[in-house]
Ligand binder design. Structure first.
Ligand SMILES: *Cc1c(COP(=O)(O)O)cnc(C)c1O
Length: 381
């Protein structure tokens, strides 16, 4: 029998979702808003330790609303990780503002605090402090937030944490996404838990979340007639999808454990291969290992990460390159970048391995066999 395709990070339903979806059907709450949405927001706050939450149609929408309410406008500058998915950056452009791309450090692959401090100090001296900073918690690992939060607090710059990939991770015992002024999460189909599509905005600032809630529902003023005094968006989550989210939230811990087990298995079987290194787990917290990410030194290993990716694809196994840094993207080439060689290095050598929470031991072995075979066939040993 041919092997079935192994995907990078497929959805993994628990079975608990259906009762909430059924309730939505039974009560005919087939709409954005509704009891599942309210409950999902409440339950999400409990799980991550947030004060207030707003369920939205996507993580991208959550970043957009946070930027609007941080006051980001035309020609403002926003500091953001260069090593990320474009969704971290696009909403900056929606606002007509300018991203400033910041390189990674090597301990967690995230925003380098030294570069953030240097850049903010310089921009303050030049009389144009950034309007917001977006640290991304890449592949499920928190950035080193404390030094970033310190400098931003000093100059009253709002920090919007992009924790889209980092649900279930920790930073010094707390959930990344809950430490800045605002945090965003994603429930896209490939994330650690999913609603098929959706996002969450969290904050300790009740007024901010209330205002975001209004903007997300076409900015209707509290009046029985349709009155508007600002521009709104249609960004709410549907009551059906929130039901899926409630069921998923209950198995988050199991999903994190399964993903971390995948990592441990890959590490055991691949870390001795010459030229293969794993994305490290920084000392300040727990990596959720949403994806297991390796780097491959072609001189030592005998194949490039792209050759390995193609060998996996030939066996119907989906692996993906590390995000192409934003400062190397054609669409963003006119914006300022602070460093970028560290992120470029991870992009050139990095490979994301299949990491779904349903992977079996033999699935993992299938991946490992193809990778080791690339080395063996290279004639290097
Ligand atoms: C997935 C993702 C997003 C966007 O989330 P959506 O829900 O797909 O809009 C933002 N940032 C990062 C780093 C992501 O991985």
């Amino acid at each position: 029998m041919p092997n079935r395709r192994l995907y990078l990070s497929p959805p993994h339903m628990s079975g608990l979702e259906q009762q909430y979806v059924q309730e939505a059907f039974d009560s005919n709450w087939v709409a954005p808003l509704g009891p599942n949405v309210d409950a999902f927001e409440r339950e999400f706050c409990e799980v991550v330790g947030a004060q207030h939450a707003l369920a939205l149609s996507s993580g991208t929408a959550a970043i957009h609303l946070a930027l609007i309410l941080a006051g980001v406008e035309r020609d403002d500058e926003v500091l953001v990780s260069t090593l990320t998915f474009s969704a971290s950056v696009n909403p900056i452009i929606y606002q007509g503002a300018r991203p400033v791309f910041i390189d990674s450090e090597r301990e967690s692959w995230n925003l380098d605090p030294a570069l953030v401090i240097e850049t903010i100090a310089r921009k303050v001296r030049q009389g144009k402090p950034p309007r917001a900073v977006i640290p991304v918690h890449l592949y499920g690992q928190s950035a080193d937030l404390d030094p970033i939060l310190d400098i931003c607090q000093r100059y009253e710059i709002p920090v919007i944490e992009d924790a889209a990939e980092a649900l279930g991770a920790t930073y010094k015992g707390r959930a990344p996404g809950t430490l800045g002024w605002a945090g965003i999460f994603s429930f896209n189909g490939n994330k650690i838990i999913t609603t098929s599509g959706g996002g969450m905005l969290v904050s300790a600032d009740a007024d901010f979340i209330a205002h975001a809630r209004k903007l997300a529902t076409q900015a209707r003023d509290p009046a029985p007639h349709y009155q508007h005094s600002e521009i709104g968006y249609n960004y709410r989550m549907s009551n059906i999808l929130a039901g899926v989210g409630r069921g998923q939230l209950q198995v988050l811990d199991e999903r994190v454990q399964a993903r971390r087990r995948n990592f441990e298995s890959y590490f055991r079987t691949l870390s001795d291969a010459p030229g293969i290194q794993f994305m490290p787990e920084a000392p300040w917290g727990r990596h959720n290992r949403w994806l297991t990410v390796i780097t491959i030194d072609p001189e030592l290993f005998g194949s490039t990460s792209e050759q390995v990716r193609q060998a996996l694809e030939a066996q119907d196994i989906e692996a993906r390159p590390v995000w192409k840094p934003m400062h190397l993207q054609p669409i963003f080439r006119d914006y300022e970048a602070i460093g970028g060689s560290v992120a470029a290095h991870f992009f050139e050598r990095g490979l994301c391995l299949p990491s779904g929470s349903q992977m079996s031991g033999s699935d993992l072995q299938r991946v490992v066999d193809v990778i080791l075979d690339c080395h063996n066939r290279s004639g290097l040993s």
